[in-house]
Write a protein that binds this ligand. Structure first.
Ligand SMILES: [Zn+2]
Length: 832
């Protein structure tokens, strides 16, 4: 490929470009005797058309490389959800690999400046440390190319003899994760091989590519529900504290060829502007190198934003590190695809009007044509190389910046107006939720202390209030710290306290504060969709009280605090069963055994996966019901309750269309399944529907309810992934023991109205005022007082309809008890 290096007059970019951009392939030396190439092991070069390596091939290759190369050390982190080994390859110069414990120790000191007591010690860390870079491939398993690329990247780093690569290896330590979702690699590889040469070659598999989470495996990086997230979080944020984390993804086929930061708006206000600039600098370096190597269609400043928290590349911002995302256009798994000019013209997104129009952030559109896995891999290899070059050349600066961000977080003087801490008071009714919340914090490296003596503190609970009630449709909110008491109050011993003066200060703010998403509209007045959710405040989602601490009476010397090292310490405090091995220690909350069926169609549905996750976490037994079971009927003989996770009624009934997947995966429950479902409820069964699935029940059972948000334009109402307040009727058994006000997760969800004389028992309504607790809500009036949770008697049975998501991403623990309560009453028939 022709190289056009000096294409810009910007001095900085010239400087950067001057040490850039030759791809590894051009450098890779043949004098690598004894070190196996991927081709020699796999029989093909990674990225070749219509080839795919499954997980055992990938781990086998890395094991061979570990044995053959003194630049590579492979470590198994643990087992994935379905018991595959999760591995990381450390790649660096031989002498660095031999001294990994020393470098890990340096990183741990840099990550917590309280460990650095003298300037001399600090300067020695800067002088001796290496830039630690983590590269993670194919967390989304259908974005498969990076997992294949990882082997080639490792090989070329292990064998290159040129001065520039040797310099990279001297100055950096690479933590290469071939995939953080090994199970998904095999789901995709097995499916790809099965369909190769059939009409379905290159189609995505008709199932979730993570056992529970599917695509949401990259929404778990603060909640840490999944084993994979837990293992990698331990590697990154307890052990190695990488200065740079690069998460390699693929996007749709028809837009830009490659996205790289800077990101789009809005930025998360808790992310240091220094980090945002460093993210942008690395992104522009990658973009410049790709351009210099002749690659077209590189997009920056579009679509992907930094507002959202919880992704592989967003978690680093809250650990004072640089998170980089790349998104290459997808082929059809490992099969080339053809993209037409018309498809490109129609492709638009935030920050890009059309994939054919040259703009400053997209200066060189790609002409339509064939798009191969090799194109993806070449761009990813150059991108990885660029990032490693930056990490190497600016080694000292990255270490210093990382240390300084941690130092500023600890020095409370910089943060006037912020609370000193958050308290999780003892004596809350929900011990399991408290244990999970505190456990997740500990697992991601946040310091949490237990009060071994009571404190006296001024507490405040931040709330959102509309700034302009008249123009409420504009959704302008601000945060008010409403003082529950201006006086000192006693915080009982046994409470937990999370001080802000610690390296993860911004993470704590991002998890505990309510989010106020800026009111962003398109020129036509429609809501501009955020990249992911708008609000996620963790104590709210979990129904755990966690007020902010404004002042503490006791001096540090007068306090008696114990730093918690292990989530089991919290469980022991609360007299909960301890976690051992992989088993969830939570006691089944159902009052009696109930035969539960959870519908699992042939279309992978993340909400269904998270429902299973909640049931497994709480050790509530269930059976997955497939389309064929629904069509066979006799559901009462097998189940007392049937649950539909959020899914469109047409998807449930029709499933995959004929011709899109092999025949065995087509069709849904069909009209026969609907008929059997009616028979099930009429005979005394309980049907539970979440959010979109309520539509099926309302229409097919002719329920006297209407979704008032159906068809409403986003200029009138919009609420994408936010926390809203419910008014709860806790005299209803489904709400038994719950408080009369509760936060619930709303993600473009549903709200119902019922005819006045209808036989509908309302269990919860959206609050009559101050509905938004965290996130973004346009048109609050459309939600106020509407039905959020109701049950309707049908024949001898009952239908329970959740307008919201009671188990969203395994995070919204506040509303899980509704599910357990409903099921506990399932065998007793109608509650009338
Ligand atoms: Zn992805």
């Amino acid at each position: 490929m022709q190289r056009h290096r000096f294409t810009t007059c910007l001095a900085l970019i010239l400087f950067i470009a001057s040490f850039s951009a030759t791809s590894f392939a051009q450098r890779s030396a043949p004098q690598s005797a004894g070190i196996p190439s991927p081709k020699s092991v796999l029989g093909f070069t990674p990225g070749d058309d219509r080839t795919i390596a499954g997980w055992s091939q990938i781990t086998d290759y890395f094991e061979r490389l570990d044995r053959a190369s003194d630049r590579v050390l492979v470590q198994t982190l643990g087992q994935s959800t379905l018991k595959r080994p999760l591995i990381v390859a450390f790649i660096s110069a031989r002498e660095n690999i031999l001294a990994l414990p020393k470098y890990k120790d340096i990183q741990q000191q840099l990550a917590d400046p309280r460990k650095v007591t003298q300037d001399l010690q600090r300067d020695r860390l800067f002088a001796n440390g290496k830039t630690v870079v983590a590269i993670s491939c194919s967390i989304h398993s259908t974005e498969i190319v990076a997992s294949q690329m990882s082997m080639q990247l490792a090989y070329e780093l292990a064998t290159a003899q040129d001065a520039e690569t040797r310099e990279i290896l001297q100055n950096t330590i690479l933590l290469l994760i071939p995939s953080p979702n090994p199970d998904g690699i095999d789901i995709v590889a097995n499916w790809y091989r099965k369909t190769l040469g059939t009409p379905y070659e290159g189609r995505e598999p008709p199932e979730l590519y993570h056992h529970y989470a599917g695509h949401d495996d990259n929404r778990d990086w603060f909640m840490l529900n999944l084993k994979e997230t837990q293992l990698i979080t331990r590697l990154l944020w307890h052990e190695w504290f990488p200065q740079i984390v690069y998460d390699v993804h693929q996007q749709g086929s028809n837009g830009s060829r490659f996205f790289i930061p800077p990101f789009y708006d809005p930025p998360n206000p808790n992310i240091s502007p220094v980090l945002l600039r460093q993210v942008g600098l690395i992104g522009h370096k990658v973009a410049a190198d790709l351009q210099a190597d002749g690659f077209k269609g590189v997009l920056t400043n579009a679509l992907y934003d930094t507002w959202w928290h919880g992704g592989f590349r967003t978690a680093p911002y809250f650990h004072n590190s640089i998170g980089i995302l790349s998104e290459a256009a997808s082929a059809r798994l490992m099969t080339p695809s053809t993209v037409t000019n018309e498809q490109l013209t129609r492709s638009s997104t935030r920050g890009m009007r059309s994939a054919t129009e040259a703009t400053t952030n997209f200066p060189d559109p790609w002409p339509a044509g064939q798009w191969r896995p090799r194109d993806i891999m070449d761009m990813e290899m150059i991108s990885a190389r660029s990032i490693l070059e930056m990490a190497s050349k600016f080694r000292g600066e990255y270490l210093r910046n990382f240390y300084e961000l941690g130092r500023k977080n600890i020095e409370a003087t910089d943060h006037t107006g912020e609370p000193q801490a958050y308290i999780i008071p003892a004596g809350q009714a929900r011990d399991e939720a408290v244990a999970k919340l505190v456990g997740s914090l500990i697992d991601q490296g946040v310091e949490v202390f237990r009060l071994d003596r009571e404190l006296h503190a001024v507490l405040a609970t931040p709330v959102l209030r509309r700034t302009n009630p008249v123009a409420e449709k504009l959704g302008n909110y601000r945060r008010l710290a409403s003082l529950t008491s201006s006086a000192m109050q006693e915080v009982p011993l046994g409470s937990y306290i999370v001080f802000l003066a610690q390296p993860q200060r911004t993470n704590i703010l991002a998890l505990f504060e309510p989010q106020i998403y800026p009111n962003r509209l398109t020129p036509l007045g429609e809501a501009e969709r955020p990249y992911d959710v708008a609000g996620w405040t963790l104590p709210l989602q979990m129904g755990v009280e966690a007020p902010a601490v404004i002042a503490i009476r006791e001096t540090p010397n007068e306090r008696k605090l114990t730093l918690l090292k292990d989530p089991n310490e919290v469980r022991a405090d609360l007299a909960l069963a301890l976690k051992k091995g992989d088993e969830s220690p939570i006691k089944n909350p159902l009052k009696q055994p109930v035969r539960v069926g959870i519908y699992k169609g042939s279309i992978g549905n993340m909400d269904e996966g998270w429902t299973r996750f909640a049931f497994d976490t709480f050790n509530v037994p269930y059976t997955s019901i497939r389309d064929v079971d629904m069509k066979q009927g006799k559901l009462n003989s097998k189940f007392d309750a049937v649950i539909f996770a959020s899914q469109a009624a047409t998807q449930i009934i029709n499933g995959n269309a004929a011709g899109t997947v092999p025949a065995e995966y087509t069709g849904g429950i069909s009209e026969a399944g609907v008929k059997n479902l009616k028979e099930f409820v009429n005979n005394g069964g309980m049907l539970i529907c979440f959010d979109n699935a309520c539509d099926l029940a309302i229409k097919e059972f002719n329920l006297p309810l209407r979704n008032t948000l159906e068809g409403v334009r986003s200029s009138e109402f919009y609420c994408p992934g936010s926390i809203v307040a419910l008014d709860v009727d806790n005299k209803n058994p489904v709400a038994a023991t719950l408080p009369n006000s509760l936060p619930a997760y709303f993600i473009n969800s549903s709200a119902f109205s019922a005819a006045a004389d209808a036989n509908v028992r309302v269990i919860a309504r959206y609050a009559k005022e101050n509905v938004l607790l965290s996130g973004w809500l346009l048109g609050e009036d459309k939600l106020r007082g509407q039905i959020a949770l109701a049950e309707v008697g049908v024949g001898k049975g009952r239908i329970v309809l959740f307008g919201f998501r009671p188990q969203h991403r395994g995070q919204s623990w506040a509303t899980l008890p509704f599910i357990w309560n409903a099921l506990s009453s399932a065998t007793s028939g109608s509650s009338e």
